[in-house]
Design a protein around this ligand. Structure first.
Ligand SMILES: *[C@@H]1O[C@H](CO)[C@@H](O)[C@H](O)[C@H]1NC(C)=O
Ligand SMILES: *[C@@H]1O[C@H](CO)[C@@H](O)[C@H](O)[C@H]1NC(C)=O
Ligand SMILES: *[C@@H]1O[C@H](CO)[C@@H](O)[C@H](O)[C@H]1NC(C)=O
Ligand SMILES: [Zn+2]
Length: 409
């Protein structure tokens, strides 16, 4: 049995308190597409029906938004301008062959480090373009400020931030929700309750690209940006019996904490009359199936929120600077929460200094966080102000240990 040395098993304090003072979103109330219990033809039909009812925004309204070519150029220009702290890569292509570009921001972009990674995805729905605009602003803001702003600096130095402004460039180019095959990408992931889209050959290239991405990069948390409401949504998104009620996932408390970071750092999300504190459990709002959020948490080990950032899906482009201003602190604070809260560490054996990639389980929470295979770093997000009892398993050396974790306020 190896002796263990806990390196950097930090009990990181949480001082997240940057508190500042409709609906067709995840989404869309017209979007009650229930899985056809294994009958995928039902599903495709339902998607098409919904798509036909869609009204497209006028061309006039889209003026001032970046086209796909503009966005691609802006991303390339960004990684040239900020080459020290960023790189550009693509995770695949859309149905029509447009690259799905990602900007990675870090002081060591492209390298694997013993640090948590966060991803932002925008424009999952082609007709929700605000997110893609804000994500480019976020990247530029971090580049302009990481030498002077402590939060930006913390992100660059301690997190690998991956930003994908558009998962659905094809939908965007025709100003429609679905992708070029008329599939809603936020209904195309494997579902925990209903096996209605298990057929790999029917899975969309955009969905496949995200699924492969999560095999390559170990993300600790993420958020997708949608439009049509103003609320921070967290798992579960669906219920086993398709009815609508609050359905808590094992990490409900942590998710509520993360969602609150977003809503309370936002200029007015938490003032919502519809959603208490500006946050909601997905299933209690309206259940969806095949969504990206729950899949990330279950299969990707990644705590994902679905953020609805604007009641109006296509606000006039002149309003974008204001919306960015409303969201900036939230976007930064959510990423920084990966460093400021939870329990993080690395585990090595004392005899040979070998990394020991264990499994971390917190008593009372049925969820396993895996340490990185090569670097043995683990990042276990937890709501602050509590003492947790944890277990670490090292299956390959048949060792189990008990640890007490404090996550202070
Ligand atoms: C699937 O739906 C089609 C069309 O509604 C129907 O004809 C077929 O019987 C269904 N198949 C199953 C297995 O339910
Ligand atoms: C938040 O501010 C926006 C822009 O001023 C406004 O349209 C929206 O109604 C506000 N929402 C809440 C909940 O205050
Ligand atoms: C824990 O979660 C798994 C799914 O991840 C489930 O199969 C199992 O039944 C759960 N265990 C308990 C005790 O709830
Ligand atoms: Zn959406």
């Amino acid at each position: 049995m190896s002796k263990l040395r806990f390196v950097n098993c930090l009990l990181i304090s949480t001082a997240i308190c940057f508190f500042l003072p409709s609906i067709a979103a995840r989404g869309g109330h017209s979007d009650y597409i229930y899985p056809g219990d294994g009958n995928s033809s039902f599903h495709v039909t339902a998607r098409n029906l919904f798509a036909q009812e869609e009204t497209r925004p006028s061309l006039e309204l889209t003026r001032g938004y970046m086209t796909n070519d503009d966005l691609e150029k802006a991303m390339k220009d960004f990684t040239k301008r900020c080459s020290k702290i960023s790189r550009l890569y693509s995770i695949g292509k859309s149905v029509n062959g447009f690259p799905l570009w990602v900007i990675e921001i870090s002081d060591r972009p492209g390298e694997i480090e013993a640090e948590p990674a966060f991803k932002y995805i925008g424009n999952v729905h082609g007709d929700e373009p605000v997110g893609r605009e804000l994500l480019l602003r976020l990247a530029n803001w971090i580049c302009d400020n990481y030498n002077k702003d402590p939060l930006a600096q913390m992100i660059v130095e301690n997190v690998h931030l991956h930003i994908m402004p558009s998962l659905n460039p094809d939908g965007f180019s025709i100003r429609k929700r679905n992708n070029a095959n008329n599939v809603d990408l936020n209904r195309d992931f494997p579902d925990q309750f209903f096996s209605f889209n298990e057929d790999l050959s029917l899975r969309q290239p955009e969905t496949m690209a995200v699924m492969t991405w999560l095999r390559d990069i170990r993300f600790t948390a993420s958020a997708t940006l949608h439009g049509g409401a103003l609320v921070a949504n967290f798992p579960w998104d669906g219920t086993e019996d398709k009815r609508k009620y609050y359905y808590a996932c094992p990490d409900d408390e942590t998710f509520r904490f993360l969602a609150r970071i977003y809503s309370k750092s936002h200029r007015n999300m938490s003032l919502s009359k519809e959603f208490e504190e500006g946050i909601t459990n997905g299933a209690s709002w309206y259940p969806i199936y095949g969504g990206m959020q729950d899949w990330n948490y279950i299969h990707g080990g990644c705590f994902e929120l679905t953020l609805e950032i604007s009641d109006n899906k296509w606000p006039r482009a002149s309003e974008l600077p204001t919306i960015w201003d409303y969201n900036r602190k939230s976007m930064l604070n959510l990423v920084a929460s990966l460093v400021k809260t939870g329990v993080h560490g690395r585990i090595f054996s004392l005899d040979q200094g070998k990394p020991l990639p264990g499994l971390v389980v917190v008593k009372g929470i049925n969820y396993t966080v895996k340490a990185h295979q090569r670097y043995a770093d683990y990042h276990r997000l937890l709501a602050p102000g509590q003492k947790y009892e944890g277990l670490m398993f090292f299956p390959h050396i048949q060792l189990k240990i008990r640890v007490i974790m404090f996550v202070s306020v």
